[in-house]
Design a protein around this ligand. Structure first.
Ligand SMILES: [Zn+2]
Ligand SMILES: [Zn+2]
Length: 105
């Protein structure tokens, strides 16, 4: 039993050591120099594209990593609430259309 556990651990360590560098956001493999390590996360969660992190920052509205709770290092602009506001407007617009349709009908 120990042997198989040890074997599994060894192969896991082997896989980790030879794991390709992935962007944790778009999950695409890329060269290490094209990836950034913006926070304290380790392992496969460690790397991400600058542009992917920027998009993610815009979407969630802050520059804190939700896994390790560190602020992302680097030039990330946090456009607070912009996408959320736009989404709310779109939802309001759709609601209005539905309401108007109801009235006409
Ligand atoms: Zn990416
Ligand atoms: Zn992190």
């Amino acid at each position: 039993m120990c042997e198989s556990t040890c074997g599994m651990l060894a192969s896991a360590a082997h896989m980790l050591a030879f794991a390709p560098h992935l962007c944790r956001i778009c999950l695409e493999e890329d060269a290490l120099e094209r990836l950034e390590q913006p926070c304290g996360c380790t392992g496969t969660q460690r790397h991400a594209h600058h542009s992917c992190i920027q998009k993610w920052v815009n979407e969630k509205g802050n520059t804190e990593c939700e896994i390790c709770h560190q602020q992302y290092k680097g030039q990330y602009r946090c456009v607070v609430g912009m996408s959320v506001q736009r989404l709310a407007l779109q939802v309001a617009h759709v609601c209005l259309q539905v309401m108007m349709q109801d009235v006409q009908w």
